[in-house]
Write a protein that binds this ligand. Structure first.
Ligand code: NAG
Ligand code: NAG
Length: 601
């Protein structure tokens, strides 16, 4: 290359400039291409990961988006936007305090309260970490004495006269992620000892849920008798999304029993090589046998946070729980090769579920929109060597899965994150309300890995498939790519969460602007005089509202929006890990004594 430039220099300066430009163009093209794949053919490193390779030259991936955004990020008052989100939070929380407390959640239309999560005031517990990050110290101070008084006893169940009331159970999963996660995160952010006391007490009262033959937590538990509910068939998300909370609790209390509860779940999940069989954990389980009861695979509501916690347990424990990392990499690769599809004609990348294997339903849930953020978080925080783990091929043979082996793992994960986040956002942009539906059904789609192979065989011309979806008006077809299956918008956070993580991991300001458009839609479509309400249908502006304001709206949706607009890094991704309810927990390392005491290898 240098020789060619020198020769051109002797010919004419204009050619030199042309030469330099051409060189720069090709150089950039090579280096921004996620497919430059410089690591192809590198020997596979051995497990466990302990060597951190030298940092690689910075490559902006995924590739920069082609279109001009039409707005200038520098000119926008981002801190002012963060303040607007804080005002929205105060509007919602003050409405809750005024009309619903001490009940669980606000009815934002009838202005009263409802007990739907044990009646301990879930909105207050779920809002604590957001208050602390927003520096809302008055609200936090008002909450502390109420938390101090809460004893987590079961509310009396009502029954018709003469009948025995049904047994009361606290739903284990929701209680852990909202109440326990909320307390632990607020403790980490404030160091108020009462919060840790309450967390320890609550976790101890929930302990009966683990009294199953294989330590998988039951669906519900009575916090007074310790009895657990008789429902034996349960979903993956509910049995495997408490390891972050119980591990951190063990760290800060020094109690082995909390650690053991988390460790036992991981042990049972790994028993019998279940993940090896499918490449990821199936969605339905029997807690009595400790085994899956179906072959369905999903990242939607039945499974979501169980996959999420595999990566996050590794990150939370200072990148020490390498078994959990191994399960994550294996799971993510199975998701990439078997659950991702590309629609036509717009080329939207979506994640669906399969049941029976390998039959795709082509359903795409709003709940699955946490996945792009998770993939981006993994690509951003894991060392390159993590992606070199020798992964045994699943026993089930997935067609075209070998294609993934031809790409750099980390960049492939980032491409999938980019494509999925794009689709999750387009679901919002496509609706007249600017808010996305709860579930859609794609009419037709092709496996992403198959499209990748065709693209590679054609010489990798143009952007990779599924990464930059077309908008409706950019395609000739009048037939939509998808039909809406559930019109509702339930104030859910997943798309906002992924937008926040895409902004943090790529630095592309388009994600911030998109988050702002969603916030404006929330303000115009869902706000009521006392709070915010779920939307009955996303395809008609100013449509009917539902009389509910879930506590996750304050815990997650508004927190991620606030952090998206803050110019500083309040919650650095290498020092904090968000639980699945967006409560940040600090990264820690086990001391030598803790390893000995808890039996951590
Ligand atoms: C827990 O608190 C509730 C409400 O304040 C009270 O009615 C109940 O008696 C308390 N239970 C115990 C065991 O202290
Ligand atoms: C709890 O379980 C025990 C036996 O397992 C049973 O005797 C008792 O009645 C149960 N208590 C309630 C309140 O259901």
């Amino acid at each position: 290359m240098t020789g060619a430039v020198t020769r051109h220099l002797r010919v004419s300066p204009r050619r030199l400039i042309f030469g330099i430009l051409a060189f720069t163009f090709l150089f950039t093209l090579y280096h921004i291409s996620p497919l430059s794949n410089g690591d192809f053919g590198r020997p596979v490193s051995i497990w466990p990961v302990h060597v951190h390779p030298p940092p690689r030259p910075h490559r902006p991936y995924p590739p920069p988006r082609p279109e001009n955004p039409g707005w200038n990020s520098e000119a926008i008052n981002w801190p002012g936007r963060a303040e607007e989100v804080k005002r929205a939070f105060l509007h919602a929380y003050h409405g809750y305090e005024e009309y619903a407390a001490p009940k669980d959640e606000l009815h934002p239309i009838s202005n009263d309260g409802v007990d739907n999560f044990n009646g301990w005031g879930v909105t207050m517990f779920d809002s604590l970490s957001t208050m602390l990050l927003m520096e809302l110290h008055d609200e936090f101070t008002r909450a502390l004495p109420l938390i101090q008084r809460q004893n987590f006893s079961m509310k009396q169940q009502h029954a018709p006269p003469g009948r025995k009331p049904p047994p009361a159970y606290a739903p284990f999963f929701e209680t852990v992620i909202r109440y326990l996660g909320g307390l632990l995160s607020a403790y980490a952010l404030s160091h108020e000892p009462i919060l840790l006391e309450r967390a320890d007490e609550l976790a101890t009262k929930l302990a009966g849920a683990f009294d199953t033959p294989f330590g998988l937590p039951a669906f519900g538990v009575n916090t007074e008798t310790g009895n657990y509910s008789a429902k034996h068939y349960t979903i993956l998300a509910e049995i495997a999304s408490c390891q972050l909370e119980y591990s951190y609790l063990a760290k800060v209390t020094g109690k082995k029993e909390h650690y053991d509860r988390s460790a036992k779940i991981m042990e049972t999940l790994e028993k019998g090589n279940i993940l090896r069989r499918y490449g990821m954990f199936p969605t339905k389980w029997n807690i009595m046998s400790g085994e899956p009861t179906s072959e369905g695979l999903s990242v939607g509501g039945a499974a979501d946070s169980a996959h999420e916690y595999l990566l996050k347990l590794y990150l939370l424990t200072g990148k020490s729980d390498t078994e959990s990392l191994k399960l994550y990499i294996q799971t993510a690769n199975t998701i990439l090769s078997t659950l991702l599809y590309v629609s036509s004609p717009r080329g939207l990348l979506y994640v669906t579920d399969v049941f029976p294997i390998p039959k795709p339903s082509h359903k795409f849930e709003h709940l699955s929109c946490f996945l792009p953020g998770l993939l981006a978080l993994g690509a951003h925080t894991l060392p390159d060597s993590a992606f070199d783990i020798e992964i045994p091929a699943p026993i089930i043979h997935w067609k075209d899965a070998d294609e993934l082996g031809l790409y750099n793992w980390k960049e492939l994960h980032m491409l999938a994150a980019q494509g999925l986040a794009e689709s999750c956002y387009q679901m919002y942009e496509d609706q007249p309300t600017g808010l996305g539906p709860d579930e859609v059904l794609f009419r037709n789609g092709e496996l992403w890995v198959k499209k990748l192979r065709e693209w590679r065989e054609r010489g990798r011309k143009g952007p990779p498939p599924g990464v930059f979806a077309k908008k409706t008006h950019e395609v000739a077809s009048v037939v939509p790519d998808y039909d809406i299956r559930s019109q509702k918008y339930l104030l859910r956070p997943e798309t906002i969460e992924s937008i926040f993580l895409m902004w943090k991991t790529t630095g592309d300001p388009v994600w911030r602007e998109r988050g702002w458009r969603i916030f404006k839609a929330l303000e115009s479509e869902t706000k009521t005089p006392s709070g915010y309400a779920s939307l009955y249908t996303v395809s008609k502006p100013h449509s009917i509202l539902q009389n509910e304001m879930p506590s996750y709206f304050l815990a997650e949706s508004l927190k991620y929006l606030y952090l998206l607009f803050r110019d500083d890094d309040l919650v650095p991704l290498d020092r904090w890990v968000f639980n699945t309810e967006a409560h940040p927990l600090p990264v820690f390392e086990w001391s030598a004594w803790e390893r000995k005491k808890f039996g951590i290898s």
